[in-house]
Ligand binder design. Sequence first.
Ligand code: SF4
Length: 363
Amino acid sequence: MNKRVFFILAALIFFSPVYAQDDGAGSKKASYWEKVKDKTVRCLLCPRQCTLDVNQRGVCTVRVNRDGTLYTLGYGNPVAVHVDPIEKKPFFHVMPGETAFSIAVAGCNMRCLFCQNWQISQSRPDEVECYNLPPEEVVNKTVQSGCKFVVYTYTEPTVFYEYMLDTARMARKKGLKNGMHSCGYINPGPLKELLQYMDAVNVDIKGFSREFYNKMGMMAELEPVLRTLKEIKSAGVWLELTNLVIPGENDDPQKVREMCLWIRENLGDSVPVHFSRFIPAYRLANLPPTPVEKLQECRRIAMECGLKYVYIGNVPGHYAESTYCPQCDKLLVGRSGYRITENNIMDGKCKFCGHQVPGIWRE
Ligand code: SF4
């Protein structure tokens, strides 16, 4: 039976929708917080460090102060559960053609006006219908559906940290791999603990200035994201980057160049970078989609800066969806949409010239 059909049938049989409750399903005592005074607490999970009085929630809407103790409402209650191609995450240097059991809990610690998944990322876990899927069930379903990866994605996995961490630990014990797509807005302590169980992480660099992170509704800072990138790299976890190119907002060639030079200098020339096409959505539905020529310009700038693996995303059939050997220029991995058309990587090397290609390839 086709994997996808199997999973849909399994979903119908095993999953029963629930709503998270302030004191019930999906709720668990949180990690990474401290008492401030009396019953006021401070969350230490992400750089926002929300200080919360009793019954207040953090910016993410997932963490709540309940009588002086911080709880998460995002444990075991994903709002989205899908089997996806690993290319959709996007991971282009991770087992091409593999499938990823992908989960997300509602909520996010950013408020991007251009969010492409705003229906779930900007909802509270108790506002949307969720699945009842504890960590051990995620692992079981991953195995049953024939996936090698569990990927935490669609919204911001940091805000369902405890659920992700417990699942990732169990998945690792079962011989599965873990991946995450994140905005990178997490404090160093929880990140370090999490990275022990992560095999691959894709981080969004949303723009390359503090002004952009403030202006676009995120009320966030760029610096903690850059710190996260360096920490992932130095932990030896596979890293890819995504930059959603929004017309007139973060597509200034000079800024793109600055970003690419920073990447090369701090993360190396082999980290894959995905320039992704913006599709009008959420509060920026009035803008046009990113012109393909603009994405090509970004890619050209990145390659001029010395980056070796630069991709264009959300433009199915574009030649820059594929991987090319930086040494002999031959096609290494052909892609069309999320479909693999050709794979010329053998034992992690270009089969034509022997050039070592960084990534996680088949064992
Ligand atoms: S994880 Fe949520 S509650 Fe904690 S600091 Fe970040 S936004 Fe605030």
